[in-house]
Design a protein around this ligand. Structure first.
Ligand SMILES: *Cc1c(COP(=O)(O)O)cnc(C)c1O
Ligand code: SF4
Length: 321
C-alpha cells in the first residue's frame, strides 16, 4: 500500500489492507454487500483506527456495507427527518427558529452506513457562498448558521473561506456552528482549516459539534485538532448516534464521554437513529436507550451525560426521548 493512498473506494482493497489480523465476525462477513446502492468509502485513517481499536467490529460496522441494507422495512424512508419540505433554497434547510443549516457540500470523509442523508438528493451547489449571502440578506432573524453537509470541512480552503466570509458579512449572524466528522476520519483535511478556524473566534461565537460514536475513534490526531481549537476560543460539543453493535453498551458510552472530555469536548446529543431506508439493523429501541442513559448517569458527572433525542419531521426542535 502506497503512502499516498488516503481513501479506499474498493471494499476488497480495504479488507486487504485490514489484513488477516482482523477476523471478521461471521455474520458480517457472510452478509457483505460487494455492490451497495449507497457506495462504500473509508479513509485510510479510519482503517488504521480499526486496526488499532479495542473493539474493531464497532468501527467496521459503521463503514462496511451489508446486504441487510437492501431490506425494505416499514417506517423507514428516504427523507426521514423532513429535510426536503424544510429546504429554503438549494443549499439551506431551516426547521428551527433563529438557526439555519447550510448543506455546504455533498462529500464526506467516509460513508457511514447509518447515515440519515444516505438517500438525500444533494445538488451540486455552485456559487454556494452567493446563495447563502442572498438568503441571509432576507432573513435577518437568523443568528446562528450551521455548516453541515456532507461534511463542511471537506470543502477546499478557498471555497471554505468564501462561504465563511459571506456569512461573516452579515452582522445578524453572531454564532457559527460546524457539524463535522472529519477530525476522526480525515484529521489531515481538518488541520488544513485550523488557521482560518482559529481566527473566526474573534468574529463569531464559534461552536464545533463533532460526530464521534465510539471511544476508539478518538486518538492523538483528533486530540491535537480539538485542543488547538479550544485554546483559540471555540466551544466543542459532540453528537453521537446510538447504534446497535457499535455503542449500545453503557461501558462504551461512559468511555466515550470520558475520552471526549479528555480531548476538551463535551457530549451534547445522543441521537436515536433516523429512519432512513437501509439502516434498520442499527436500531436500538427506546426503552433500551433510556436504560443505557440512566446507567451512565450513575457513573458520570452530569455534564458528561448526553441528551437522548430524536428528530421528528415537522417538530420545532429535537425531541427528548
Ligand atoms: C438538528 C438541526 C439543527 C440544530 O439543532 P440544535 O438542537 O440547535 O442542535 C438545526 N437545523 C436543522 C435543520 C437540524 O436538523
Ligand atoms: S459523516 Fe455524517 S453526513 Fe457523512 S456519511 Fe457519515 S453520518 Fe452521513
Amino acid at each position: 500500500m502506497e503512502n499516498s493512498v488516503k481513501v479506499f473506494t474498493q471494499i476488497t482493497d480495504f479488507l486487504d489492507y485490514l489484513g488477516d489480523g482482523l477476523a471478521l465476525e461471521k455474520d458480517l462477513a457472510a452478509g457483505l454487500d460487494g455492490h451497495p446502492k449507497f457506495p462504500f468509502l473509508c479513509s485510510k485513517h479510519y482503517a488504521d483506527l480499526i486496526k488499532k481499536a479495542e473493539c474493531p467490529m464497532a468501527l467496521l460496522r459503521q463503514v462496511l456495507p451489508i446486504t441487510e441494507e437492501n431490506k425494505c422495512v416499514a417506517g423507514f424512508m428516504d427523507d426521514p427527518v423532513g429535510d426536503l419540505p424544510a429546504g429554503k433554497c438549494e443549499n439551506i434547510i431551516q426547521k428551527y427558529d433563529g438557526r439555519a443549516l447550510v448543506v455546504s457540500t455533498a462529500t464526506c470523509g467516509i460513508r457511514c452506513r447509518f447515515c440519515f442523508r444516505r438517500n438525500y438528493p444533494f445538488q451540486n451547489i455552485k456559487e454556494a457562498a452567493q446563495q447563502v449571502s442572498s438568503w441571509l440578506d432576507e432573513h435577518t432573524d437568523v443568528w446562528e448558521v450551521i455548516l453541515s453537509g456532507g461534511d463542511p470541512l471537506m470543502l477546499g480552503p478557498g471555497e471554505f473561506r468564501d462561504l465563511i466570509e459571506a456569512i461573516a458579512a452579515h452582522p445578524s449572524v453572531t454564532t457559527l456552528r460546524i457539524h463535522t466528522r472529519l477530525p476522526v476520519v480525515r484529521p489531515d483535511l481538518s488541520l488544513r482549516h485550523l488557521e482560518l478556524l482559529q481566527h473566526l473566534a474573534g468574529r463569531f461565537n464559534c461552536v464545533l459539534v463533532s460526530h464521534v460514536n465510539h471511544p476508539d475513534e478518538l486518538d492523538q490526531e483528533s486530540a491535537t485538532f480539538f485542543v488547538q481549537l479550544r485554546f483559540s476560543g471555540w466551544t466543542l460539543l459532540n453528537q453521537s448516534v446510538l447504534l446497535r453493535g457499535v455503542n449500545d453498551c453503557a461501558t462504551t458510552l461512559e468511555a466515550l464521554s470520558r475520552k471526549l472530555f479528555a480531548q476538551g469536548v463535551l457530549p451534547y446529543y445522543l441521537h436515536q437513529l433516523d429512519h432512513a431506508n437501509g439502516v434498520a439493523h442499527f436500531e436500538v429501541d427506546d426503552n433500551s436507550a433510556r436504560e443505557l442513559v440512566a446507567k451512565i448517569r450513575t457513573k458520570l458527572p452530569g455534564y458528561l451525560v448526553p441528551k437522548l433525542v430524536r428528530e421528528i419531521a415537522g417538530e420545532k426542535s429535537k425531541t427528548p426521548v
